[in-house]
Write a protein that binds this ligand. Structure first.
Ligand code: 5RP
Length: 223
């Protein structure tokens, strides 16, 4: 999709020589990573911190050296996609199942830049089911606790088996009606035993790169 390519490539403007860069997961940040690989051939020097096994493979293919996560003292910028972005720049993420590593890297980064095609921009989060990473043990009980918060839930499956994240956990997709208070919901979900993390990234994005109705690139900054 051309929109994803435009916003994905624009994000490289936030990357400067010598930076350690958090590399998100998905079909939009894919274009950022490809572009960074091209720029490295022209002399840019960076280290990447991938948020998934899929992104790790892509970064290696693109010739981006990976930082050792145990030795990183800082991540200068993290760039990632989103499933939904609200007017306060709160995000819903995890459609690709990588939300836990994505949140760890985004939180550690000095700047978190989101690349989102215009279809991702919403007034309120919640049309997309919220991905929640849970430990496999007692998944049905954890699922029930999430349902009690008002969601219709589905354990995510892949090829006939529960989908497993890169961390060996399961994902529950939870359809809440309009999420009017994402901050409270994020906290309530993470208090349920068995929930590892959820896909609400509240007040984390410093900027969101998207397109306006005229198809021009716009950068929304969080106030
Ligand atoms: O959170 C994610 C993966 O866990 C992705 O960033 C999100 O699903 C957006 O993906 P895409 O850019 O392919 O639309």
């Amino acid at each position: 999709m051309i929109e994803k390519k435009i916003v994905g490539e624009k994000a490289v403007e936030f990357v400067k020589d010598g930076m350690t860069v958090g590399l998100g997961t998905g079909s939009t940040v894919y274009y950022t990573i490809i572009k960074l690989g091209q720029l490295m051939k022209e002399g840019l020097t960076i280290k990447g911190v991938p948020t998934s096994v899929e992104t790790e493979k892509l970064a290696i293919e693109c010739g981006i050296p990976l930082a050792n996560i145990k030795e990183i003292d800082q991540i200068d910028v993290a760039i990632d996609g989103a499933d939904e972005v609200d007017s306060q720049l709160n995000l819903m993420k995890g459609g690709g199942g990588a939300l836990l590593r994505e949140k760890i890297i985004a939180r550690a980064a000095k700047k978190f830049i989101v690349v989102a095609d215009p279809a991702k921009i919403v007034n309120h989060l919640g049309a997309f089911p919220l991905p929640i990473e849970v430990v496999p043990f007692g998944v049905e009980m954890t699922n029930e606790q999430i349902r009690l918060l008002g969601a219709e839930t589905k354990i995510r499956y892949s090829n006939g088996n529960p989908y497993q994240s890169d961390n060996g956990n399961y994902i529950i997709d939870a359809k809440f009606p309009n999420i009017l208070n994402p901050v409270t919901l994020e906290q309530k979900l993470n208090m349920i035993p068995g929930v590892v993390e959820n896909g609400l990234f509240n007040q984390m994005a410093n900027a969101v790169i998207t397109l306006n109705a005229e198809k021009s690139v716009v950068i929304k900054n969080r106030s």
